[in-house]
Ligand binder design. Structure first.
Ligand SMILES: Nc1ncnc2c1ncn2[C@@H]1O[C@H](COP(=O)(O)OP(=O)(O)O)[C@@H](O)[C@H]1O
Ligand SMILES: [Mg+2]
Length: 239
């Protein structure tokens, strides 16, 4: 279980994440939503050690993550994907995922390639294994990022706005893949999206941030009808 207690992160005078506490259970898929600038990505950065919190603690299965370096946190099995897909464009799909197993899980090259093929097949990209990454469309790049994350053998996966720019059918495929990641592989998923509808059906629970503060935390239906949440989206959103 990931547990955050009173996490605060400021940049100069701006309090990007303000005294946020929450937990994500084993094999739970939790959405993190909120208007642009709410502090969602910053909260992820406090978990992964990119921007350690000024105050508060974060633990994974009782092990303190706070104050550790990003690579140490990754070694604890915490992996993330980025808002903008980060892939090595000059190489093949298979090579990209193999890198995850070598550097993320310390596997030797043969084992890593086998792991990579299994992860590619899990996300439905097995037919593209030998394709150049630069030739993939956006949806497949996002699946590739997931496969590379899975190849590191994580137990906790942070997913940052992976749904942006996808068609409804592509989004459905991605959503299904994340649900299977959680329920078939036993990996906890903490998933940021800007738009609530994208994650309503797939998540067990949704946490809402607004201006750095947690304003809701509950089942999707309950959160959707929460007055503070509606107000945050009507008042603070910039869409
Ligand atoms: N590295 C940084 N330096 C200064 N300010 C930052 C930095 N990262 C984020 N912020 C600020 O923190 C606030 C929250 O940003 P962010 O976490 O990216 O929001 P979200 O992901 O919810 O859109 C914003 O006001 C943003 O400008
Ligand atoms: Mg963000």
């Amino acid at each position: 279980m990931l547990q955050a207690e009173g996490v605060t992160k400021s940049f100069g005078g701006l309090v990007a994440v303000n005294d946020v506490s929450f937990s994500v259970d084993d094999e739970e898929i939790v959405g993190l939503i909120g208007p642009n600038g709410a502090g969602k990505t910053t909260l992820f950065n406090t978990i992964t050690g990119v921007h350690p919190p000024n105050q508060g603690t974060i633990t994974l299965d009782g092990t303190e993550l706070t104050g550790r370096k990003p690579f140490e946190i990754a070694q604890q099995g915490v992996v993330r994907t980025f808002q903008t897909a980060r892939t090595f464009n000059e190489s093949t799909v298979l090579e990209n995922v193999t890198v995850g197993a070598v550097f993320g899980d310390g596997q030797d090259p043969d084992a890593a390639e086998e792991t990579a093929r299994e992860c590619l097949s899990f996300v439905g990209l097995e037919d593209q294994a030998d394709a150049e990454v630069s030739g993939l469309n956006l949806a497949d790049r996002k699946l590739l990022e997931l496969a590379r994350g899975l190849a590191t053998d994580p137990n906790f996966m942070l997913v940052d706005e992976i749904g942006s720019g996808l068609t409804p059918a592509e989004l459905q495929t991605l959503t299904d893949t994340l649900e299977r990641t959680c329920h078939d592989r036993g990996i906890s998923v903490f998933w940021i999206e800007h738009i609530m509808d994208a994650i309503m059906g797939a998540t067990d629970r949704i946490i809402v941030l607004d201006q750095g503060q947690k304003i809701a935390d509950g089942p999707p239906e309950e959160v959707r009808n929460d007055e503070r949440v509606t107000e945050a989206y009507l008042g603070g959103g910039d869409e």
